[in-house]
Design a protein around this ligand. Structure first.
Ligand code: AMP
Length: 131
């Protein structure tokens, strides 16, 4: 079971943003920028391009709705989309609010993000999600 499956199961706490029957979104615990969100399928697959076409397409549509909520909650030019998957073997999409290219530099994470701010951001984004 991956760490993300344990989050989805409620075994590990997270700053939850949204879920439906197949997908789950929550704040990245080591964000590259405030509001950095992960979108994951509930069905475990390591590599995103091993997901079947319909599941992958539907995950992107779910991510689009979460990205709109991020943009509504956090002033930014655009919400950037990245796939890495080098650390956690459970497919996921990174969504990061951007003002400039450097806002999505994975070598510059916010260390020890303030839990109160994370909780506040998750609440603000979550309240704007329209699934
Ligand atoms: P990668 O697999 O390279 O896309 O990176 C995995 C991402 O998951 C990193 O940005 C981590 O900060 C994030 N991450 C790992 N564990 C957790 C967790 N328990 N809660 C939230 N985010 C996590």
């Amino acid at each position: 079971m991956t760490v993300f499956s344990r989050i989805i199961a409620g075994e590990i706490p997270c700053y939850k943003i949204a879920e439906n029957d197949r997908f789950f979104a929550f704040l990245d615990i080591n964000p590259v920028n405030w509001g950095h969100t992960l979108v994951v399928p509930k069905k475990e697959t390591d590599y995103i391009f091993d997901m079947d076409d319909e599941e992958l397409g539907d995950m992107m549509v779910f991510a689009k709705k979460v990205a709109r909520a991020i943009k509504a909650a956090i002033p930014c030019r655009k919400v950037g989309v990245t796939v890495l998957g080098l650390e956690v073997p459970h497919a996921h999409i990174h969504l990061v609010p951007l003002e400039k290219e450097g806002d999505m530099d994975f070598k510059c994470k916010i260390s020890d993000p303030d839990p109160a701010r994370m909780k506040e951001l998750a609440g603000a984004i979550s309240s704007n999600v329209d699934l």
